[in-house]
Design a protein around this ligand. Structure first.
Ligand SMILES: [Zn+2]
Length: 550
C-alpha cells in the first residue's frame, strides 16, 4: 500500500514539474468571496486609476519578514470618498495616510477599503500611503505556486526571490491588484543587509549604504503588470553586456551570484538572439528605457519585466530544472520562454486573466516559430509542437469566466494554446497573412490589453472571414474535434464529431501523397478514391483526432 501511495505522489510531483510555468490546475476554480473582491473592477476600484507606485521595503531576512510603505498616486475617475486597494490578509497595516492625516480603513479578506475624510473630486490627482509589515507567504513550488523563496546559495549564503503570478502582488505589497491596473511608472526602494544586493525591475538609480544596511533604488519608466514587479536579494554581481540596434547601444546588466560571473557572461549572450527573433516576428522590444536583464534565482524562472529571472543551471541542452523541453541544443528554454513574455504578457497583457492563453499559448507557439526560423524548417517547428502535444488533457476550456480572478494557467493554456495557433495557421493557409496577423496584433496592442475577441477581430480583418466558430470550439470548449472516417473501394467518407454545431473548419487530407482540402460537417460526406488509396488525416497541421470507423 505504501508503495502505491509513493508512486502516486511521485507522479503528481513530476507532472507538476513538467508543466510550463505555471500550469498546474485542471479545474475551473470556484468563485470564492475573495476572488469576487479581487477579480472584478467593482465600484470601489473603477473609481480611480493608478499612475505611480513608490514601493519602499526593508527586508528582515532572519525573520523572513518585511516592513514597508507604498505611496500610491492616482487619478479619480469620479467623485469618491472610499476606495479599495488589495493586500493579503496575513500582512498587517499599521496606518494609511493622506495629506499627513490618518485615514480609517476596514479589511475584508484581501481587500482594504479606505475612507477619505473629504470627497476627492473627479479628475483630481491624489496620493495616499499604506504602511504595513508582516511575514509574506512562502512559495510552495515556485514559480507555479508563488510567494517568497528563502534559499541559500552554494556558499550557504541567503538568496531570496519572489514570484507571484496568479497569487498577485498583494501577497507582498499593497496595490490595486487587477490585471488591467498598471502603474505608469514604479519606483522600488529595497533595504537589505549591506553585504547583499537587492535587484528590482528597470534601472538602478541609487545605492546608499549606512552601517549594516544598503538601500537599492530601482525604477521602471513604463507601465508594468503588478505581478512583474519583483525583488531578488543575494550576493549578486553585475554582468555587463550591450545590445546594438539601429546604431544605438543599449546596456544589458545581468545579475548573477558572484561565483557564476564568468559562466553567465558567456551564457547570457544568447538572450540577444532571442530579442532579435521576437523583434523580427512580433515588433519592437518595448522597454529599452528600462533595459533588459537576466537575474539568477533559486527557482526555474519568471517573466518579471526588464528583470527576467533565470534558474535553469546554464545548460544549453535542457537544463537542471526543465529536463523535458526539447530545445535542440540551440537555446536555453527559460531564456527564450521568459524573454518572449516581454512581448506576450508584459507588453500585450490579457484584459482578464481568463484570457491568459494570449501570454502562454502564443508564447509556446512562438517557440515553434523560433525553431522554424532558426533551422529554416517548418518541419522542425512541427516536431517541437509534436513533442509537447501529449501534455494536452482537454479537460477544461482554455478560456473560462471573466471577472472572477481566474488565472487560466492550467496546462492546456500552454500546449493546446500553441496547437490552436498552429491549427489556425493551417486553416488560414496563407503564411504571409498569418504572420501579418501575429505581428499586427502584437504591435497594435503593445503596452496595452487584449482578449480573445480582440485576437479574432484581427484574424477577421486580415482574412475577411469570421473564425469565431474556431475560437468557440478550441478555446471555449475542452473538446478536441474528432474526424471520423472510413473508406470503401471507391469512396472515402468523413465527418466531424465532438464539435459545436457551428463548427465548419476545413481540414487537409493527404490522398496518395496529394493534399486535398475538405470541409467536413457533422453528416458524412465522401469523395471518390481509387481502390487501395492511402488517405492520411494531416493531424500534424491540425489539432484533430482521427478516428477510423469500421
Ligand atoms: Zn510562461
Amino acid at each position: 500500500m505504501k508503495k502505491i501511495i509513493f508512486s502516486v505522489l511521485v507522479c503528481t510531483f513530476l507532472s507538476c514539474q513538467e508543466n510550463r510555468p505555471h500550469g498546474n490546475q485542471y479545474k475551473l476554480p470556484e468563485l470564492t468571496p475573495n476572488n469576487l473582491l479581487i477579480g472584478s473592477l467593482n465600484e470601489n476600484r473603477s473609481s480611480y486609476r493608478v499612475s505611480f507606485y513608490d514601493i519602499n521595503i526593508d527586508f528582515d531576512i532572519e525573520e523572513k519578514s518585511l516592513d514597508g510603505f507604498v505611496i500610491i498616486k492616482a487619478e479619480s475617475i469620479r467623485d469618491l470618498n472610499k476606495l479599495q486597494i488589495d493586500l493579503a490578509e496575513n500582512l498587517s497595516i499599521k496606518k494609511v495616510t493622506h495629506r499627513n492625516e490618518e485615514l480609517s480603513f476596514s479589511r475584508e479578506l484581501d481587500a482594504v477599503l479606505i475612507d477619505f475624510t473629504s470627497t476627492i473630486k473627479k479628475g483630481s490627482m491624489f496620493e495616499f500611503t499604506v504602511f504595513y509589515h508582516g511575514v509574506p507567504q512562502n512559495a510552495d513550488n515556485p514559480p507555479w505556486a508563488g510567494g517568497f523563496t528563502w534559499s541559500k546559495d552554494k556558499e550557504g549564503r541567503d538568496w531570496i526571490a519572489v514570484s507571484c503570478e496568479g497569487e498577485g502582488a498583494r501577497i507582498w505589497w499593497p496595490n490595486k491588484d487587477h490585471i488591467t491596473t498598471e502603474g505608469d511608472s514604479v519606483r522600488m526602494v529595497y533595504t537589505v543587509p549591506s553585504e547583499m544586493v537587492a535587484v528590482g525591475n528597470g534601472t538602478l538609480r541609487n545605492v546608499i549604504t549606512n552601517d549594516d544596511k544598503s538601500t537599492y533604488e530601482w525604477f521602471v519608466s513604463n507601465p508594468i503588470n503588478n505581478y512583474n514587479i519583483s525583488v531578488q536579494i543575494g550576493n549578486y554581481v553585475a554582468v555587463q553586456d550591450t545590445f546594438i540596434k539601429d546604431n544605438t547601444i543599449h546596456n544589458m546588466n545581468h545579475y548573477v551570484l558572484d561565483y557564476n560571473k564568468e559562466l553567465a557572461s558567456n551564457y547570457f549572450t544568447q538572450s540577444k538572439e532571442v530579442i532579435r527573433f521576437y523583434e523580427k516576428y512580433f515588433g519592437d522590444y518595448q522597454w529599452y528605457e528600462d533595459g533588459y536583464k537576466l537575474i539568477e534565482v533559486p527557482y526555474l524562472g519568471m517573466e518579471h519585466r526588464s528583470a527576467v529571472t533565470y534558474g535553469n543551471g546554464f545548460s544549453i541542452y535542457n537544463g537542471v530544472r526543465s529536463k523535458s523541453w526539447p530545445m535542440y541544443g540551440v537555446i536555453d528554454p527559460l531564456i527564450i520562454h521568459e524573454t518572449g513574455h516581454e512581448w506576450f504578457g508584459n507588453s500585450v497583457t490579457a484584459s482578464d486573466p481568463t484570457h491568459i492563453w494570449i501570454h502562454e499559448g502564443l508564447q509556446v507557439y512562438s517557440e515553434s516559430i523560433y525553431f522554424e526560423d532558426k533551422f529554416d524548417s517548418y518541419e522542425v517547428g512541427v516536431h517541437y509542437l509534436n513533442t509537447i502535444k501529449d501534455r494536452i488533457v482537454n479537460e477544461i476550456p482554455i478560456v473560462g469566466r471573466e471577472n472572477e480572478n481566474h488565472w487560466a494557467l492550467h496546462g492546456d493554456t500552454y500546449m493546446k494554446g500553441a496547437w490552436v495557433m498552429h491549427t489556425l495557421r493551417s486553416v488560414i493557409n496563407n503564411d504571409d497573412v498569418w504572420f501579418q496577423i501575429l505581428k499586427e496584433f502584437m504591435v497594435e496592442n503593445a503596452k496595452g490589453f487584449a482578449n480573445t475577441s480582440d485576437f479574432f477581430a484581427k484574424v477577421a480583418e486580415k482574412t475577411n472571414k469570421d473564425y469565431w466558430y474556431f475560437a468557440e470550439q478550441y478555446l471555449y470548449t475542452p473538446n478536441q474535434p474528432k474526424l471520423e472516417y472510413y473508406q470503401t473501394d471507391n469512396d472515402f467518407y468523413y465527418r466531424w464529431n465532438n464539435v459545436n454545431k457551428n463548427f465548419i473548419m476545413p481540414l487537409d487530407l493527404l490522398v496518395n501523397g496529394e493534399v486535398v482540402r475538405v470541409s467536413p460537417s457533422s453528416e458524412y460526406q465522401s469523395f471518390k478514391i481509387s481502390k487501395h488509396s492511402q488517405v492520411e488525416i494531416m493531424n500534424w497541421k491540425f489539432y484533430v483526432e482521427p478516428v477510423q470507423m469500421n
